[in-house]
Design a protein around this ligand. Sequence first.
Ligand code: TIU
Length: 356
Amino acid sequence: MTLPSALRKVDAQPFEFTFDYTHTALIVIDMQRDFIEAGGFGESLGNDVSTLAAIVPVVAGLLAFARQEHMLVVHTREAHLPDLSDCPLSKISRGNPSLRIGDAGPMGRVLVRGQPGSEIVSALQPAPGEIVIDKPGKGAFHGTDLHALLQQRGISHLLFAGVTTEVCVQTTMREANDRGYDCLLVEDATASYFPAFKQATLEMVRAQGGIVGWTAPLSAIIDPANHIGTAPMLINHPPVIAELNAEFDAYEAALIRHDVAALDRFFRYDDATVRYGVAENLYGGEAIRQYRMRCAPVHPQRKIVLRVTSSYGNDFGAISAEFNAPDTDQIGRQTQTWVRFPDGWRIVAAHVSLID
Ligand code: TIU
């Protein structure tokens, strides 16, 4: 697996867009059946949905690129709670649609979470570890924790794809721009029911020196000539340290309550994972799992007395801690090496020992 540590330079409008893909997320807006297939909300508003389906292969190509580069991927869906308590009356009552939000249609209740219409189309299904956000508004920041999720992960740059260009995509891009993100809209990975509105949106986004952001086609983003070197590695970046400490706290809590299933999940299940315990050398995820099932609980008064956490880049860290073990009067030490995988942080090596 290559480490995500390169800068890219994209030939974009109104000028070059530079991004470090360890600090960039792809936001795929509302590629759900309600907008793209017949029988959903888009068609109920009187739209011809066929123009939207055409971008699915391009969005799939962009997703493949983002995954290859280990970028954070966020999918959004415009979908309300079943009781519509998060849907303003103005949104339900606006206009004269053939089906209103919450009505039963050919793809279940229109624009309601969990209904077939709110599913992301099959070719663009989220992969494990990718974030999926159900949003009540047109903008993905309104009424969601998207900003906090991006801040936690040190994200500063966003690539945008999805539908519809001038409604949910543009609204979200403007929200992001006001929150300090550099945003690039991928021209051929977005579509509108009204081609002229798409064109106007591309132009207004990049006008006035990129007043809202940049635009570029997919080909300019995936061009291998874009690589312009290695980004400086962020060491001990506070959001990454906070994530590692939260993982450590959760691991420690699972130890105290002897939650074997939870403890198992913290270790990467892989032959290369190693755990040196106080009295055993365990090589591989299976050996660690077997040990967990037979090991005794830790002393309930066990306390962490010192902890040092370090991180290198967004996806790698080490935690060293001293703990007291009241039953032995000795000082315990443990060191864990953590790596962020698509489904979360996992320990890949650990060492526990006791000294007098
Ligand atoms: N109607 C329309 O163009 N769009 C929406 O209602 N939602 C999104 O754009 N996702």
